[in-house]
Design a protein. Structure first.
Length: 352
């Protein structure tokens, strides 16, 4: 009989819940990397920002570990863990932590096909196995794809995603919506799925991830990306997502409080094709919010608004130009381990 996290009392905590530590990958040399040196410098900046508030484990491919150690030699509260990886998008590459009511934490390894077969992912699919061995933690294997950047959860049984990514034929050919909702229940403890339509137009690499358009601030409260310029290609889709959020009811029967983030800055065209840098794609750590910034006109206003929303958390802006050009945000390159004791591995008879 296959054991599932939900049957064993586990569910996915919210990103904003207390952390034991954060995992950040170290960028590898890939054909879509805009500028490897500058990308690595920005990742190092994120590591330093997070390490002020909680421990950080940097997962580096063995061939890149020396570079990571040199770049982070002056960064306390961080460590380098050598695990083979294809690239550094740890939010998406298949593993998510879950937690039970006793406060125990376990790992779930989901399937991952390189965002619909676009990129190699053979190493990424085994990171959870290496990490489970390193930590001595329980590991479940899920039989379907679930990219962490494609979802946001409230920790109380509600998940928000986009149809563009979670119903995409390049991941879910022939899988019904009802079947997906059942799988999300079994492996993440989800009792209600709120389906948005599309992610950002420019987010072609991931096919419309949710973390660029919405993020939970608290149970029942979400921050939604909108834009004020009707000529922006994201205007209509953001309005449709906003409508769906306002119409939705969560797993506790609540209507959502929806707060709009109307600023969507873009990278300087001098660096290449402009890419959006959504402030919703930030990362809540213990006592702080690590926020993408471009040193542009929107940053100060966005910082003030985020300070009002994330009371008790310091807003820490980090340069995200080349992270954005590579196709992601701060939330995309981080993965949290919830606070709690590690659940013991299942015995051979129960291991799925």
């Amino acid at each position: 009989m296959v054991k599932t996290p939900y049957a064993d009392g586990f569910r996915m905590p919210a990103r904003f819940a207390p952390h034991a530590r954060t995992y950040i990958g170290w960028p590898t040399e890939l054909n879509y990397r805009s500028d490897l040196a500058r990308s690595r410098a920005e990742y190092a900046g994120v590591v330093r920002a997070v390490a002020e508030f909680e421990p950080v484990t940097v997962i580096a491919d063995p061939g890149d570990a020396a570079d990571a150690r040199a770049a982070l030699a002056d960064c306390g509260n961080s460590e380098i863990l050598e695990i083979p990886i294809n690239d550094a998008w740890l939010r998406d590459s298949g593993w998510i932590f879950v937690k039970n009511d006793d406060g125990e934490v376990a790992l779930v390894q989901f399937q991952f096909n390189g965002w619909g077969g676009k990129y190699a992912c053979d190493k990424d699919m085994r990171v959870a196995e290496h990490l489970a061995d390193h930590l001595g933690i329980r590991l479940y294997h899920a039989p379907f794809i679930c990219e962490g950047g494609g979802i946001t959860v409230d920790g109380e049984g509600t998940l928000i995603t986009t149809e563009q990514v979670m119903r995409n034929a390049n991941r879910y050919n022939g899988v019904s919506r009802d079947d997906l909702e059942g799988l999300l229940r079994d492996y993440l403890g989800i009792e209600e799925v709120i389906w948005l339509g599309l992610g950002l137009v420019e987010d072609a690499g991931t096919d419309g991830h949710a973390d660029n358009v919405v993020e939970y601030l608290a149970p029942g409260v979400v921050l939604a990306q909108t834009v004020t310029d009707p000529s922006n290609p994201n205007y209509q889709l953001c309005q449709e997502n906003l409508r769906r959020l306002k119409d939705a009811t969560d797993a506790k029967g609540r209507k959502l409080e929806v707060i709009e983030m109307p600023r969507l800055p873009y990278t300087d065209p001098a660096h290449g094709e402009p890419m959006p840098v959504p402030y919703v794609n930030a990362y809540a750590v213990n006592n702080a919010l690590i926020t993408p910034m471009l040193a542009g006109a929107d940053d100060d206003q966005a910082r003030a608004e985020l300070e009002g929303l994330f009371l008790g958390r310091r807003i820490v802006g980090v340069d995200s130009t080349f992270i954005a050009l590579d196709g992601g945000g701060i939330g995309c390159i981080t993965q949290q381990q919830p606070a709690g004791a590690l659940a013991a591995p299942l015995g051979a008879a129960g291991q799925n």
